[in-house]
Design a protein around this ligand. Structure first.
Ligand SMILES: NC(=O)c1ccc[n+]([C@@H]2O[C@H](COP(=O)([O-])OP(=O)(O)OC[C@H]3O[C@@H](n4cnc5c(N)ncnc54)[C@H](O)[C@@H]3O)[C@@H](O)[C@H]2O)c1
Length: 249
């Protein structure tokens, strides 16, 4: 039931880390995947490696903080494929720094990337999804957005906003058979986490009952679940894939 054969999927931030693993998982499950990433080299390599396995993937450059780029990305994909059934909003970024040391430009970037990006990319595909009465939208948030994270106040706010956006949109879109759900990774072994000081990474592992970082493929599996018929009666929900670092009622 995690078969998505014949579906067209868009993955933002699909060139690296969790986005790359998501692109691989969706393509392996039968989708044609459009990788949107600001990093052309990584995006092209990701699409190439998926095609080398006999699966379907294309790279189209995308900057989720740029309205024109989002609009040209969406029209390129829609012109080629006619419709898109899955939008996985994975691109995002943050860094650990006390709130009192944050520059307001940093807040703008964090909110643009982690909240406005998913909102705008999702909006760009909704008319087509409403018309076809079918859609799976997944937003990658973070446990920071559920419980707050030390040194990541602005990021926690943006990721929390992304969760609330999913819930509100899920209510509005249910009548069109469009599902909207959020996945919250805990600390995951990607380049984003490699940029975090070693002492913080060690503290993350100590705080995780399963005593290790997540693999990107483990987050991708849940994104695939929310993108597939396995989750056809689930909307407006949030799943933490975090080895138990946070537990929610
Ligand atoms: N790694 C973790 O520990 C962790 C934990 C919780 C949440 N997350 C979230 O998971 C998502 C993926 O993170 P990751 O760890 O795989 O990061 P990553 O840095 O490994 O990959 C992010 C990808 O997004 C792309 N990207 C960056 N800015 C972009 C933009 N403006 N437009 C389009 N693409 C852009 C990058 O080029 C890169 O390919 C993010 O939303 C992140 O906030 C990660």
């Amino acid at each position: 039931m995690t078969d998505v054969t014949g579906k067209v999927a868009v993955v933002t931030g699909g060139g690296n880390g969790i986005g790359l693993a998501t692109s691989e998982a969706l393509a392996a499950a039968g989708a044609t995947v459009y990788i949107g990433d600001i990093n052309e080299k990584a995006g092209l390599a990701a699409a190439e490696s998926i095609r080398a396995k006999g699966q379907k993937a294309e790279f189209v450059r995308l900057d989720v903080t740029d309205d024109e780029s989002i609009s040209s990305f969406a029209s390129t994909v829609l012109e080629k494929e006619g419709k898109v059934s899955i939008v996985a909003n994975v691109a995002g970024w943050g860094k650990i720094q006390p709130f009192m040391e944050n520059d307001p430009d940093f807040w703008d970037l964090v909110v643009d990337l982690n909240l406005m990006g998913p909102m705008k990319v999702t909006r760009a595909f909704l008319d087509s999804m409403i018309e076809q009465k079918e859609g799976k939208i997944v937003v990658v948030s973070s446990d920071a957005g559920r419980v707050g994270s030390m040194g990541e106040a602005a990021y926690s706010g943006a990721k929390g906003g992304a969760i609330a956006f999913c819930k509100g949109l899920a209510r509005e879109m249910a009548r069109y058979n469009i599902h909207v759900n959020a996945v919250c990774p805990g600390p995951t072994d990607t380049a984003l986490l490699a940029a975090v000081p070693e002492k913080h990474r060690e503290a993350f592992v100590r705080a995780t009952p399963m005593r290790r970082l997540a693999k990107p493929s483990e987050i991708a599996n849940t994104i695939l679940f929310f993108s597939s018929p396995s989750s056809d009666f689930i909307t407006g929900q949030v799943i933490s894939v975090s080895g138990g670092i946070s537990m929610h009622g």
